[in-house]
Design a protein around this ligand. Sequence first.
Ligand code: AMP
Length: 512
Amino acid sequence: MTLLTDHLRAMADAFPDEVGYRVVDGGAMSFSQWEAESNRLARALQRLGVHKGDRVSLYVDGPEALRFMVGYSAVHKAGAVAVPTNTRLSEAELERLLGHAEVTVLLADPGREPLARQLERALPTLGRIVVSPAGEGASDPAWSWGEMTAAESPDTFQVDLGPEDLADILYTSGTTGLPKGVAIRHRTVALIPGAPNPTFSGRCWLHSSPLFTFAGIGFVYNPMQLGLYGVYQPRFDAGRWLAVVGSLRPQFVFLVPSMAELLVAHPDFTSADLSSIELCAIGSAPLAPATLRAMQERMPEAAVSNSYGMTEAGPAYCTMPKGESLKRIGSVGQPMPPLEVRFVDDDGKDVPEGEVGEVLLRMPGRQREYYKDPEATAATWQDGWLHTGDLGRLDADGYLYIVGRKKDVIIRGGNNIHAVDVEAVLLDHADVREAAVVGVPHPVLGEDVAAAVVLVPGSHTTPEQLREHAAEHLADYKVPRRIAVVDELPRNATGKVLKAQVRQMVSPEPVS
Ligand code: AMP
């Protein structure tokens, strides 16, 4: 099978009436409904003028995940490129991203329509907004994308595509310079290798990561690769998650560390029935050893793993054999061939074996790239080696440890925030002369965003006013929770801002 949509087609042929996807507190669809609805929408997209290679945005909120699934499959069936779009971004951020991708059609749920209409006016390339109908009703053949699709045939539909054609663009940052979109071709999608003939166990894989992220998009097709159906909890709630595990009895679950923290702290954690879970992957951000231990001890029969992944790395997996994770706390597992790993110093030279260096990854034939940005691509992938910006080492048995971050990225509850994006918005304020944005420790989110600013002499803008300014231009989760007004920023001899010292200046508690 070459395309993602081939897998859905095969499941719909073999198991038409089985549940293909379920949304917690939001309904379910069978594999055949998913297949038929996406065929209809693909035809409708073609009728709207979508051609092979055109970019189509999926601007759909989590609770509408079934429509997202149908839309995602339909875009690929129409031969187009999916741009799963972060629903939390500000209008300015969206304009930059969708303008960069030159999106021609945007699929939105009713809640996102007002902002979608503004984008339609602002972006010359965006020719058409398709809004799904309000309300649910999987029994109605037109339930997913409304009138426009109801008249279309549900029969198999697939524009001819090959492994080199683009499948998705996943944007990793937003407001400054060129937005960085990771371009994913059909040959570089992060699909878990599955059986050539579909199987189905009737069991499920529960996850809760936003669908527009690398962690989220992987849960559209990967469950079916393993003979499972996907279950999505759009708004993570620890108590509800524990109850859902008890009732749906998932075999696999995926969590980001801050979700795992909330589970461990929840009063029902010790009494909930977690016995169905065989694999509990926790990843997207650093995982505290105590959290991993608490999860593993609570699920002694399950493989609980610290999972390392990166949008740019795509299908680069590490595996942690069952029973090993408590013996190797802090490790993200053994790189799985054909993944190769190297560690280099600041000059790009390999560090001695076992020592810490920047993690370089190589996946021959599966390398990704940045969309419309050859310079950033050349800087990030050198001779096929992806420079991750993460610091790590390998132990004597070949287990990888991620020990720090070289790049200026803050990971707040699994959401990546590029410090430079937030700094640019602060510097845009007329009263701000200098700004430095850093991550500070947070007990549940892992890190939170803080800033130190130097004001223009004589100005009296308050931190609260600066926060309001940032909130107007940035997604809510990127707005600094703490802003310190300082006389000057700490700099080294060459004038580079010393972020470690900034962190001390803005932290509530001393940072070790
Ligand atoms: P993203 O592309 O949004 O998935 O972010 C990838 C980055 O998240 C990596 O480069 C790491 O900095 C961080 N990350 C992901 N998983 C882990 C993990 N298990 N431990 C530490 N950092 C992680």
